[in-house]
Design a protein around this ligand. Structure first.
Ligand code: PHE
Ligand code: ZN
Length: 883
């Protein structure tokens, strides 16, 4: 905030109050023009019988609106009956039941915030979550107000042939004079954040889905002309999601029409508006030439995610924004499970855990750490976080793990039976799970209120005479802002015990009859707890927290155990994990050695283990690709008390080179064996082959003096038929200072200059280079004709790729990376506060850097905080990061 004003207000969960009024129906009419839009709204309202104040005034939310008309029960309202300030319209002396007619003028063409009604590429679209609707008209803009909507849209017929809103189309009329009108009706009461409108020149790809009860649903995906060739994958994913939700959850779609619209200017990934999902083009368009396999997978999971929201989010919504994880954590868990069923389940889990560790663990250990159900916020847009989403999904997964799939399903059924059509709370959800399963979740509820990542230390002992193996677990969670003291959590502990050949043994607690061999889920509920296991002939090897059964940090385990599990664990996640943990220990040792000026070499045994994995015919190719990759620089940094930026990079690259050098011929053979030129598809098998081939390439590409390897990289960069392969080769070249590099990058640009999503990759690639001079190159790219801060995808491609994907240059010791990021935050602050606040987050992670970097990061935060007219969004992140 400017120093002249007081800091913005903090909103608290503890202050939640029922609304004084209810809205039964909303009739909206939009007149869309080139110079603005007129919105008329008729609200059918009554006082809420459940509140205590029968004389309360009506306080509607509204921002950046010009009020041009207001009438009560059809009569213009006198000026003494209402007041308008920057954020509200207040009406006094209202009867018990009434209608209010409100007319506002808005300026969608000038709206750069991408909240409310705005234009993108000449088309109109909306984004109302969380509080965008108040930028369209005065309203009770809170999720516990559920109303029936009808929407009428009038616009130029030639420029905007397609007019869409939620629900079902009821009428389209040619108005003459080149204008037309469409009317939509949504029979399901909904909160304002699920309202959507689209008007534009769009083409639709159509399909249909027959539900299990035999209803035919029309499916339409709208894009700009030309992009309609890239929606097959999204359509397939949509139909698969609809079928999966019926099979796994018993959820059937409820309208006759389901629409997706692709928009190129969008702050987030996608939005679950009732019947009319709006997507960032990056998460709906995919073709073999323009999208990587990773992109294909993200499209599939986000299409599913938004579709799944129809039940978990829309039919049952959130009472208030503190309950955001009620819909987001649950829906992320649902989309992760869907993706696990569609693709390789172990690789899906590995990908999800990698992501959690890369983005959520640092958040939980940093200045904006918060529980999955936060207790306060300044700007709700800042709380669409990895904690609410990804950790929220882990919390649902833990319930699923603790009570098992059948009782979890009973819990979901009960949750829906109790709350369909309502605005609910996280507590409602847990209560349903508890009641349906008969499992006490009292202690488990702490996951909703306690922030931070628990750390677990495990000790074991073996009593040969008794044949008894014991594990003692200790849990602790470090302090987070506002939560100095933590309590023990209820942690599901999935355990396997292996014999010397790597076979699973029965996990038999002392005093029990022997269960079948395999994983057993135990409950850790105390700060310290011992588990005794009987019936063992010899000391077993424990496989701890299989499948990552809880979002915890496990203290380093003995190396011989990790090496054994890396070779033998039957749980594929833990097999991968053992390799990652082993590599982490080795690499961190290397970092320490380098710092002390000592020699270090990657352990030959570990290299040999990677070699054995590479061509193990029993393993899935996608799994091998994951298991042979070393942990990333950010993950390694997260394991250090004081981060050694250059050391981590240097040692990790040296280790990669050691693997490449030692295994060169095997890598080449793996490359060739997986270089498939058959017809393109994104089946798990085909994706796995490409992943393994490119894993081999990324090692081979490090062999600078190996002409054969370099030729392979260049040939793939120039001639590959899929974006996956092209980008894999470019990623190698990105970090190689060879003459061909510039030309290959230029050719790529020339070829794809009309495909914005591919040009985003071109920017991101250069922003993540490790070559010297990268920051200068990035600065130069901000002046490239194709660069603009106004398009969120483009801004993120250059700026967030540096700040989140290039630790070496973002954390350059001279602080230039920090200054660059702060410049961009300030440049975006006014135009798009939501995006500005998001790209700022990495500047707040100064706590574990050396004093010089800490000071440089803090100086940039101070510079931001001193700027005039700081948005609430940026203020909140900068102020909390500085504290
Ligand atoms: N609710 C959207 C989703 O997850 C995310 C979103 C939030 C989009 C806010 C736009 C604005 O699924
Ligand atoms: Zn969501």
């Amino acid at each position: 905030m400017p120093d002249s004003s007081t800091p913005p207000r903090t909103i608290r969960l503890a202050d939640y109050r029922l609304p004084d009024f209810l809205i039964d129906a909303v009739d909206l009419a939009f007149d869309l023009r080139e110079d603005g839009a007129t919105v008329t709204s008729r609200l059918t309202m009554r006082r809420n019988p459940a509140t205590s104040d029968p004389a309360a005034p009506l306080v509607l939310d509204g921002q950046d609106l010009k009020l041009t008309g207001i009438a009560l029960d059809g009569e213009a309202l006198g000026a003494n009956r209402y007041t308008v300030d920057a954020e509200h319209l207040t009406v006094t002396d209202l009867p018990g039941v009434f209608t209010l007619d409100i007319t506002t003028e808005i300026a969608p063409q000038q709206n750069t915030t991408m909240q409310g009604l705005y234009t993108s590429g000449g088309n109109f679209c909306t984004q109302c979550e969380a509080e965008g609707f108040r930028h369209i008209t005065y309203y009770l803009d809170r999720p516990d107000i559920l109303a029936r909507y009808t929407t009428t849209i009038v616009a130029d017929k030639a420029k905007y042939p397609v007019l869409l809103s939620n629900g079902n189309p009821v009428e389209t009329t040619d108005l003459g004079g080149g204008r037309h009108r469409a009317k939509w009706e949504d029979p399901f009461p909904k909160p304002s954040y699920l309202f959507a409108l689209v008007a534009g020149d769009l083409v639709a790809v159509e399909d249909s889905f027959t539900t299990r009860s035999g209803r035919d649903i029309a499916l339409k995906i709208f894009t700009r002309r030309g992009d309609h060739t890239k929606v097959d994958h999204a359509m397939r994913a949509l139909k698969a999601s609809m079928a999966w939700d019926e099979q796994v959850y018993g959820f059937e779609y409820d309208l006759d029409l389901f629409m997706i619209v692709a928009v190129s200017d969008f702050n987030m990934g996608a939005m679950e508006n009732k019947g009319l999902n709006i997507f960032n083009t990056a998460l709906v368009l995919a073709s073999r030439e323009t999208a990587t396999d990773g992109d294909f997978q993200r499209v599939e999971s986000v299409v599913a995610h938004e579709y799944f929201h129809n039940w978990t989010g829309n039919r049952i919504t959130c009472r208030d924004w503190f309950q955001l994880s009620l819909k987001e954590g649950l829906t992320v868990f649902r989309d992760q499970e869907f993706s696990g069923d569609m693709n390789s389940r172990p690789v899906q889990r590995i990908t999800d855990v990698r992501r959690l560790r890369a983005i959520q663990f640092p958040e939980d250990g940093g200045p904006i750490a918060h529980p999955i159900r936060p207790e306060s916020y300044i700007e709700i847009n800042n709380f669409y976080t990895p904690t609410v989403y990804e950790k929220g999904a882990e919390v649902i997964r833990m319930i699923h793990t603790l009570i098992g799939p059948e009782r979890y399903r009973k819990g979901m059924d009960l949750y829906v039976a109790r709350h369909d059509g309502q605005a609910a709370t996280c507590e409602n959800f847990v209560a349903a799970m508890e009641d349906a399963s008969g499992t006490d979740l009292k202690l488990f509820r702490r996951w909703y209120s306690q922030a931070g990542t628990p750390e677990i230390v495990v000790e074991d002992s073996w009593d040969d005479a008794a044949g008894r193996y014991s594990l003692t677990l200790r849990q602790s969670t470090g302090p987070t802002p506002g939560q100095p003291d933590k309590q023990p959590l209820h942690i599901p502990f999935a355990l396997g015990l292996l014999d010397a050949q790597g076979r699973d043994l029965p996990v038999r607690l002392a005093g029990e009859a022997a269960p079948a061999a395999g994983t057993r889920v135990l409950s850790l509920t105390a700060a310290e707890q011992r588990f005794d296991f009987d019936g063992l002939a010899a000391r077993p090897v424990p496989s701890l927290f299989r499948g990552f059964s809880a979002p915890i940090k496990l203290a380093p385990q003995p190396r011989d155990r990790l090496a054994f599990l890396f070779a033998h664990d039957s749980d594929p996640f833990n097999r991968w994990e053992a390799g990652q943990q082993l590599a982490t220990q080795l690499l961190l040792e290397g970092v320490a050695a380098r710092k002390a000026g000592q020699d270090w070499r990657l352990d030959a045994e570990f290299v040999a283990a990677i070699g054995r994995l590479l061509d193990d015919p029993a393993l899935d190719a996608a799994f091998i690709a994951e298991a042979t990759a070393l942990p990333g620089e950010s993950f390694l940094a997260d394991q250090m008390r004081v981060i050694d930026v250059e050391g981590i990079h240097a040692v990790r690259e040296a280790a990669r080179l050691a693997v490449a050098t030692a295994l060169r011929d095997r890598l080449l053979a793996v490359y060739r064996a997986n270089d498939d030129h058959g017809p393109f598809d994104v089946s798990a098998a085909a994706v796995g082959k490409r992943a393994l081939k490119n894993a081999a390439l990324s090692y081979l590409g490090l062999l600078r003096d190996d002409a054969e390897a370099t030729a392979l990289v260049l040939a793939q960069a120039r001639g590959a038929q899929t974006m996956t392969d092209v980008l894999a080769a470019l990623t190698v070249l990105r970090d190689r200072d060879i003459p061909e590099r510039a030309q290959v990058l230029q050719d790529f640009y020339d070829r794809w200059q009309d495909e914005p999503l591919v040009i985003d990759k071109w920017f991101a690639l250069q922003a993540t280079s490790s070559l010297p001079g990268t920051l200068d190159a990035i600065r130069a790219l901000t002046r490239h004709p194709a660069f603009t801060l106004r398009n969120p995808n483009r801004a993120r491609a250059l700026i967030s790729s540096l700040a989140m994907g290039n630790p070496l240059h973002f954390h350059a010791a001279d602080g230039a990376g920090y200054a660059f990021l702060a410049d961009q935050v300030l440049a975006l602050n006014a135009a798009n506060p939501q995006l500005a606040a998001r790209i700022l987050v990495p500047l707040g992670r100064w706590q574990r850097h050396d004093p010089g970097r800490q000071a440089a990061m803090q100086a940039q935060l101070d510079r931001i905080l001193a700027a005039p007219d700081l948005s609430r969004d940026v203020y909140e992140i900068a102020a909390k990061s500085r504290a």
